[in-house]
Design a binder for this molecule. Structure first.
Ligand code: SF4
Ligand code: SF4
Ligand code: SF4
Length: 394
């Protein structure tokens, strides 16, 4: 797999009022051998693209749709206009107005259908690629009975590819809802649901309208609580200014972080109850399997794993290796990309129950044959590398 050689510094060009960039979270910035380029693959406007293995960014093409942020596994890119919290707040207000149906529509259709639906019942986004699973799950957590993503004639839209991301997100959200035995469902639809009609057109109940608009402040507070609680309180994630460059920690790994959307999603799912004890396959989590025969105990996977889903351990008796927590894995594939021995496999299937219970597996590693810095380490390494005894040290 070819490397992305020029990502560092380039992502900064994306920084705008629409998109915030946290370069130190990008797995390719953390390790240039990582092959993630989901932002370029999903960008709806050609703003982020690849040409002959070079990442290209044309800031003037960005339409602020936020699709790149939806697919970025580490939240290195964040939608700002609206932010996740602002979008959740707006969606909750619209859901209250629509009596429990969450309706999110792209601006292509809201503009085309102007005057035919009640704008207070619909949350408009530039592209449905902006919608991701933590938003859908948070809406369900707040009481939405159904989530409709209303698309326009996407094939005729300049941002046509955004709908592919929306389809993937819907499928993932529905897998999660059914695994959690939730009756809530998210659907990508071509027409506004009947409840989005202008109330006047069906004999409008003004008392009810007053009641629902009165709930709007409650909705805002609920939205703020949902996000703040999940991110800052439940998992103890603190607001902290992130340095532009990450320093290696005492154990030799790059700093870990948990993307806020993952935290919110797990919190919202936990509110749905206990999942079925089954394996699920989604775009979001992976399960690492390490082949002990191939593994050289170098622990590069733990050094670069962004979230600590793979982390180093060392016991008092000298036993060492890595732990793996599937619930923390963001499926960035950095570990499989950089393993020098091709010893790592990332399974797409994870046990749903492991995600909430914080299951951690231990993988004990064999002692390193030629520890770096040890006596004659370079000589040992060269002899092994060349599979030849006639290597001499001077
Ligand atoms: S996906 Fe959308 S927000 Fe992201 S860079 Fe492309 S146009 Fe801009
Ligand atoms: S999707 Fe995120 S992690 Fe992947 S290359 Fe783009 S910014 Fe980096
Ligand atoms: S374990 Fe998951 S999060 Fe960590 S590097 Fe591998 S794929 Fe990425």
């Amino acid at each position: 797999m070819p490397n992305v050689t020029s990502i560092f510094g380039l992502l900064e060009k994306l920084e705008s009022t629409d998109i915030a960039v946290r370069q130190n979270r990008c797995v390719v910035v953390r390790n240039r051998n990582a092959t993630c380029r989901r932002c370029a693959e999903a960008c709806t406007s050609g703003c982020i693209s690849m040409a002959e293995n070079e990442l290209l960014i044309a800031p003037d093409k960005c339409v602020g749709c936020g699709t790149c942020a939806t697919v970025c596994p580490t939240c290195a890119l964040e939608a700002q206009h609206p932010t996740d919290q602002e979008l959740l707040t707006a969606c909750l207000a619209a859901t209250q107005a629509a009596e429990g149906e969450a309706i999110i529509a792209c601006t292509q259709i809201t503009e085309a259908a102007h005057g035919l639906f009640d704008p207070e019942k619909v949350c408009a986004v530039t592209c449905l690629g902006r919608v991701e699973e933590s938003l859908i799950a948070s809406l369900a957590q707040a009481g939405a009975s159904h989530i409709s993503l209303v698309k326009a004639k996407c094939a005729e839209c300049p941002q046509a590819s955004g709908v592919l991301t929306a389809e993937l997100v819907c499928a993932t959200a529905n897998t999660l809802f059914s695994t959690w035995n939730s009756p809530v469902k998210a659907d990508l639809v071509e027409k506004f649901p009947a409840c989005a009609r202008l109330a006047e057109a069906k004999g409008y109940d003004y008392d009810k309208r007053g009641f629902f608009s009165g709930l709007r402040e409650d909705a805002k507070a609920a939205a703020a609580k949902t996000t703040d609680y999940a991110v800052k309180e439940a998992l103890g994630v603190q607001d902290r200014p992130e340095p532009r460059y990450e320093k290696v920690q005492a154990d030799g790994t790059l700093p870990h972080f948990v993307p806020e959307r993952r935290t919110r999603l797990l919190e919202a799912l936990a509110a749905q109850g206990t999942p079925q004890d089954i394996m699920i396959e989604t775009r979001l989590w992976g399960h690492v399997v390490i082949d002990s025969e191939k593994c050289s105990s170098c622990q590069m996977c733990a050094t670069f794993c962004p979230t600590g889903a793979i982390a180093k351990f060392q016991d008092a008796d000298g036993t060492f290796g890595v732990t793996h927590a599937p619930g923390l894995c963001v499926k960035c594939r950095c570990c499989t990309d950089i393993c020098p021995k091709d010893a790592l496999m990332l399974s797409d299937e994870v046990f749903a129950i492991d995600l909430l219970e914080g299951v951690v597996e231990r993988h004990v590693m064999a002692p390193i044959k030629n520890p770096p810095g040890g006596p004659h380490s370079i000589w040992h390494s060269m002899r092994d590398l060349l599979a030849c005894d006639q290597v001499y040290e001077r």
